[in-house]
Design a protein around this ligand. Structure first.
Ligand code: NAG
Ligand code: NAG
Ligand code: NAG
Ligand code: NAG
Ligand code: NAG
Ligand code: NAG
Length: 359
């Protein structure tokens, strides 16, 4: 009975939603509630856009639905997004893998794929409307929108060479900008009140920095000795394969203005991921992105101590067991030897005792 009521209710929601785009926002994603784990795995990831070093890390696969109007029918047709995360005690690392035919147009960001991560900062920041502050661009300030801060990393690859590192650099110090690869560190209170770190409605405050670093790659590329600008577009358009985006950031930053999410080992953070793609070669626009869920997903920063007792511990234990077995074997051998020597000595009854001083 309750179950059928629930089904009817869900159906009702879906119908209402599909026939009234401007109705109340509703989130019925099967993905909400998903919890990703960022395990402690030091020293396995090289930030180069290549996914091979992630092969032993478990990830989650998501359908990509339009962010503003999440319907299964309008899902990104190219495939799914896989998200993986880990930390090394100091930095957090992400791999986002999205199936998609190769599309690249040098210098034209919205004719290339683009990717973003979003994290909750303020306790009242919602996934919907990127923080959900009700103020307009004229009235949003760090006071009127207090509690609605979200942290965003956005990578638009139009000027980024595959396999090269972008993000925080020495020339853009003081802001979250990245003039080279457009891998920027942004915060927002809602989609219309969105700023580079260190900037805001009241001008600049050059005390911030871009804490992110990252690289991209596509499986159809084969540049063994490193690409340069002139190699663009680096591979053939329309080539089947997958895009890889790899990112890292320190768990804690030096932010003092609620412009960065701060991560804590042992805690869970709310996050989401978004993807833009030039479908059929048509340039995308800012709000035409796909996301992995219509609400926050959870990211669990697993402590190294618990990893050691779970999996690493077994390894330690088994090597200890081997040592014990080996010493046991040694002692058995030694015991047998002493028995043998004793036996040989006792068999030599006929040999007379020769005092040493007589020799
Ligand atoms: C959608 O529903 C709201 C009420 O929830 C109504 O005010 C609005 O006119 C509807 N819009 C359309 C396009 O039907
Ligand atoms: C979040 O919202 C609650 C309830 O409206 C309020 O009491 C609290 O102060 C808000 N938090 C911040 C940081 O503004
Ligand atoms: C920048 O931040 C400092 C505090 O660190 C503050 O005193 C100053 O007013 C801020 N300036 C602007 C333009 O926001
Ligand atoms: C709010 O912004 C003003 C001006 O940019 C700055 O001086 C102040 O320190 C900020 N307050 C907080 C809590 O970030
Ligand atoms: C973070 O973990 C601490 C305990 O280590 C806990 O008290 C706190 O509620 C957690 N915070 C969140 C946001 O999960
Ligand atoms: C994460 O988001 C959910 C809503 O989606 C909220 O209930 C929860 O409190 C958030 N977690 C934290 C740590 O704020």
């Amino acid at each position: 009975m309750f179950r059928s009521l629930f089904v009817i209710f869900t159906l009702f929601f879906v119908l209402v939603n599909s026939h009234n785009e401007s109705g109340e926002w509703s989130c019925e994603s099967s993905n909400s509630g998903t919890q990703l784990a960022a395990e402690f795995r030091p020293g396995v990831i090289t930030l180069d856009g290549h996914p091979d070093d992630w092969k032993d890390i478990d990830g989650f696969e998501f359908s990509l639905l339009p962010a503003l109007d999440p319907h299964e029918d309008d899902a990104y047709k190219g495939g799914k997004m896989t998200v993986k995360a880990l930390h090394d005690g100091k930095d957090v690392f992400f791999l986002l893998q999205v199936d998609g035919e190769y599309a690249y147009s040098q210098g034209e960001g919205n004719k290339c794929p683009s990717i973003a991560l979003m994290f909750q900062i303020g306790e009242n920041a919602t996934y919907h409307n990127m923080g959900g502050c009700k103020e307009s661009p004229d009235t949003c300030t760090n006071k009127t929108c207090r509690g609605h801060e979200v942290d965003i990393m956005h990578f638009t690859i139009g000027t980024a060479i595959p396999g090269r590192l972008y993000g925080g650099n020495l020339i853009d110090m003081g802001t979250g900008d990245d003039r080279f690869g457009h891998l920027v560190d942004v915060y927002s209170w809602n989609p219309h009140c969105r700023y580079l770190d260190g900037r805001g409605p009241k001008g600049h405050n050059n005390t911030a920095q871009n804490d992110w670093k990252g690289a991209w790659w596509h499986s159809s590329l084969n540049g063994h000795s490193g690409f340069v600008d002139e190699d663009s577009p680096y591979a053939k358009d329309g080539e089947k394969g997958a895009y890889y985006f790899e990112f890292s950031r320190p768990l804690r930053t030096m932010d003092r203005f609620q412009q960065d999410a701060e991560f804590k080992i042992g805690n869970v953070s709310n996050f989401s991921a978004a993807f833009w793609y030039p479908v059929d070669g048509k340039p995308w626009h800012g709000s035409g992105h796909y996301t992995v869920s219509c609400d926050w997903l959870k990211l669990d920063f697993i402590s190294g101590a618990s990893t050691l007792t779970d999996t690493g511990g077994i390894k330690v234990e088994s090597s200890w067991n081997a040592a014990v077995a080996f010493s046991l074997l040694l002692s058995v051998v030694a015991f047998c030897l002493s028995v043998f020597v004793g036996y040989r000595v006792s068999m030599q009854k006929g040999v007379p005792f020769t005092p040493v001083d007589r020799l």
